[in-house]
Design a protein around this ligand. Structure first.
Ligand SMILES: [Fe+2]
Length: 244
């Protein structure tokens, strides 16, 4: 099954709630590869109270470089921004999903979505494109699903979690997640994998999506909505592993 492009995971140790060690991160990457993922973006959290200091950036980049050659798939670096006012004063190019013009940012799990709109506008003003993570899991959207339509209506890419589609987060995110895909509001599915009990897998969600949505499901999983050419990436990584 696959090859999949997964633009959202926490497989690189960075001091957040994702992989705690290089060994954990490697296990997550290799398991993702076994489940069909060919390109995996590691997206450490940028939280309002745990930002990207120079020291943290150095440490997580070191961890990333140790993981990358052994991951068993093409590992790329990005971040997941939780909206916070100080981010509006920063150049979002710092947080880009490697090799794309996209920046992954979430709707906060609780509270209103106002700052989400402001941050997405800020990203867009810098010439980049926001990818809005898991709206179906957030209070603002569960309370008022039209917020998701508003975000998509701005031309921003909405990303649903695979675990929402498989029912892991309960019936409401599951139902909302599917409705966003069926209505064409969300165009990307990603794992948001954090740990071995919540791995970076897309295959189960893909199987369900094929049953429900038919052939059209492929583009939700293959990176095409993000401008990532998975075929080229595979070729590149095979060449790299041959030392070409
Ligand atoms: Fe995440």
């Amino acid at each position: 099954m696959g090859p999949f492009v997964d633009c959202h995971s926490h497989v690189v140790p960075s001091g957040d709630d994702g992989a705690a060690t290089i060994a954990d991160g490697l296990a997550l990457c290799r398991s993702a590869a076994e489940h069909g993922t060919a390109v995996l973006f590691a997206t450490p959290h940028i939280w309002p109270y745990f930002t990207l200091t120079a020291q943290r950036e150095q440490e997580l980049r070191d961890a990333f470089e140790r993981l990358r050659p052994r991951a068993g798939l093409e590992l790329r670096l990005g971040y997941e921004l939780t909206p916070a006012r100080p981010l509006l004063a920063e150049d979002p190019h710092r947080y880009v999903l490697e090799g794309t013009d996209r920046v992954l940012m979430e709707v906060p799990f609780t509270g209103p979505a106002d700052l989400t709109f402001e941050l997405a506008e800020h990203i867009e003003a810098a010439g980049l494109r926001p990818v809005i993570a898991h709206p179906e899991r957030t209070e603002a959207v569960l309370d008022d699903p039209s917020v998701a339509a508003e975000l998509a209506g701005r031309g921003w890419t909405l990303q649903v979690n695979a675990t929402s589609l498989t029912g892991r987060h309960g019936p409401e995110p599951e139902q909302l997640g599917w409705s966003f895909l069926e209505d064409g509001l969300a165009t990307v599915v990603a794992s948001d994998g954090h740990r071995t009990t919540r791995p970076a897998h897309l295959d189960d969600a893909y199987r369900l999506a094929r049953e429900r949505l038919g052939e059209g499901a492929i583009s939700l999983f293959d990176g095409s909505a993000l401008g990532v050419d998975v075929t080229q990436s595979q070729t590149a990584s095979r060449a790299a592993s041959r030392g070409a």
